[in-house]
Design a protein around this ligand. Structure first.
Ligand code: ZN
Length: 326
């Protein structure tokens, strides 16, 4: 994802003028929703063990297969959306979006909720100060694996329920992070980011969109010092849902993560879910106004590794998601 400089003018006008629980059954007696950060952490470790999940690599394919197997093991009906989108050079890039359905729509009393995260890793560490280091793959512990890890644990929790009143689709978007690299000397286009969600929003969602209530996208949700200000596109397109999610976080005691600062608009998968599919969708994304890029120091560097993942943060994000979809 990247900070969106291009649409800032328009949206500036349109826009807004740890508690750790154990993983046993005891948490059912508290008001806290069931969510196990230990489990989410293991799912992040597993993704990291494949190596960087860079599109067109063996690590990426192995991870995709594993994600499908996990969703099926948790009881989801899994669909694969395959297709092609032009990359930053204009070449066809293969896309594999993985969609896990929980709860049969015909038996449900309410429209579906979409939960998304990207599972690919960025092929280039653009933010490395040394030019040579920019050609390494991003390890992607936070940028990719953290959102997927939290959603896999959400999937596991959903799988343990007898009935699912509100059906949930968990979508692992592909090729979010292959936007024009800084080392490329050609034209930089904004629509080279989020290729998987663009494909989904222009095709799959056209058939299914009316049945969705809203969506949440998680991206970079595992750092110990995570800060989730209110992202501007979400405020513009899905203000009520954003408010609801941030209220839920406050009630759960996670207001320090889900703070009330307003961030710039960020081009992330939620943007295309909103803009192209017309589904109100909120991005929960680490944004740090103290850094020049707006993103954390390890963002798009070789340091996006497990040392920057905290179970306390995963627990906070997981509980907020579970409370919101309950
Ligand atoms: Zn990224």
């Amino acid at each position: 994802m990247r900070k969106s400089f291009f649409r800032l003018g328009v949206l500036g006008i349109l826009g807004v003028l740890g508690i750790l629980v154990s993983c046993n059954k005891q948490q059912a007696v508290t008001a806290r929703p069931s969510f196990c950060a230990d489990s989410a952490y293991v799912y992040i470790e597993k993704q990291m063990a494949f190596g960087p999940r860079v599109p067109n690599s063996a690590s990426h394919t192995q991870c995709a297969v594993w994600l499908i197997e996990q969703l099926r093991a948790f009881g989801a009906e899994v669909e694969l959306q395959k297709g092609f989108m032009p990359d930053y050079r204009g070449n066809n890039q293969q896309i594999f979006n993985i969609i896990g359905h929980f709860g049969a729509p015909e038996q449900a009393s309410r429209a579906r909720i979409l939960l998304g995260a990207h599972y690919d890793c960025r092929p280039w560490c653009d933010e490395e100060p040394n030019y040579e280091d920019r050609f390494y793959n991003v390890p992607g512990a936070n940028d990719g694996a953290s959102g997927v890890g939290v959603l896999l644990e959400v999937a596991r929790q959903l799988g343990m329920r007898d009935t699912i009143l509100t059906p949930v689709d968990i979508i692992f978007f592909d090729v979010e992070d292959m936007g024009t690299p800084r080392v490329y000397t050609g034209e930089e286009r904004e629509d080279t980011w989020c290729l998987g969600s663009q494909l989904w929003a222009t095709s799959y969602a056209k058939i299914n969109a009316p049945t969705y209530q809203f969506g949440i996208v998680l991206d970079m949700v595992g750092a110990p010092d995570a800060s989730f200000p209110r992202e501007m596109y979400s405020t513009t397109y899905a203000a009520n849902y954003q408010q609801q999610i941030w209220n839920t976080a406050e009630k759960l005691g996670y207001g320090t993560y889900f703070n009330n600062q307003q961030s710039y608009p960020i081009t992330d998968d939620h943007y295309y879910v909103n803009y192209l599919a017309g589904i109100p969708c909120v991005d929960v994304i680490h944004y740090d106004i103290r850094n020049a890029t707006g993103f954390p120091r390890w963002w798009h560097t070789r340091n996006d590794n497990l040392s920057n993942i905290s179970k306390s943060t995963l627990q906070a994000v997981g509980e907020v998601v579970m409370s919101t979809i309950k």
